[in-house]
Design a protein around this ligand. Structure first.
Ligand SMILES: C[S@@+](CC[C@H](N)C(=O)[O-])C[C@H]1O[C@@H](n2cnc3c(N)ncnc32)[C@H](O)[C@@H]1O
Length: 229
């Protein structure tokens, strides 16, 4: 058996009971080292841990696949929710196993940010640059979302498309520098927040950061419609 579980944003109180049950009963738990370290305290002493980094992930996933095909209960831990900014890793898990795998959703960093910053998902575009490959289509999507008057929650890409690079890109393509912006770091773990205007967001942030660019136009929920006569 192999199952991919979202472990939430870091604070164990956001780990779902279902994900926790799978992790506790696993023979083998795998994932990126920082992610595995977050769930290590709840694992049984007998659980085999396969932690990996960006460079050795394909090799380590082969070990997981062998254990899975040998009948072990394997769980791959994902930060937040596997379905947001986790699909490239999920595809690597499936490529190693040779078939699709089951996923268990987790609470995403995006949901925590929405709750801290009080933004409505219906009026917000969430997108990630934390991915391999060409960022151009995602950059265009961000630009269009902001031009459309939507809020944007954005995961930067360490280290070549961080918040200040996102700002440079948006200003270059005509987005006004006075959009309100927030950057949140280490949500639920050791939080730090920066608030300001888009044009002033020039600081360096950690790889555990997430950015909110607020619309300047009133959102649908704030518009009081004239009664239809
Ligand atoms: C590969 S993506 C995984 C996102 C994850 N699947 C989720 O749903 O939150 C990793 C990026 O998510 C963001 N992230 C994840 N957890 C975070 C947290 N607790 N605080 C701030 N950012 C976080 C950071 O931008 C980090 O570099």
């Amino acid at each position: 058996m192999i199952i991919c579980v979202g472990i939430g944003p870091g604070d164990p109180r956001y780990l779902t009971e279902l994900a926790s049950t799978h992790l506790r009963s696993a023979d083998l738990v795998a994932g990126f080292e920082t992610v595995v370290n977050l769930v290590r305290p709840i694992l049984s002493n007998d659980t085999r841990i396969v932690s990996m980094g960006y460079k050795d992930q394909v090799e380590k996933l082969k070990v997981v696949s062998q254990a899975h095909h040998a009948g072990e209960r394997c769980v791959v831990a994902f930060m937040g929710d596997p379905h947001f900014s986790g699909f490239q890793f999920l595809e690597r898990v499936e490529a190693a196993c040779g078939h699709q795998v089951e996923t268990i959703p987790g609470i995403s960093s995006v949901q925590i940010l929405a709750s801290r910053a009080k933004v409505c998902f219906d009026e917000t575009t969430c997108l990630t640059f934390h991915r391999r490959g060409d960022l151009e289509p995602f950059k265009r999507h961000l630009l269009n979302a902001i031009k459309d008057g939507r809020n944007a929650i954005v995961l930067p890409r360490p280290w070549d498309f961080m918040p200040k690079d996102i700002v440079d890109f948006l200003l270059k393509y005509g987005i006004a520098g006075d959009h309100p912006v927030e950057v949140w770091e280490n949500l639920t773990i050791d939080e730090a927040t920066w608030y300001g205007k888009l044009a002033d967001c020039t600081l360096d942030f950690s790889d555990m950061s997430i950015m909110l660019i607020r619309t300047k136009t009133p959102m649908a929920s704030q518009i009081i419609e004239e009664p239809v006569k």
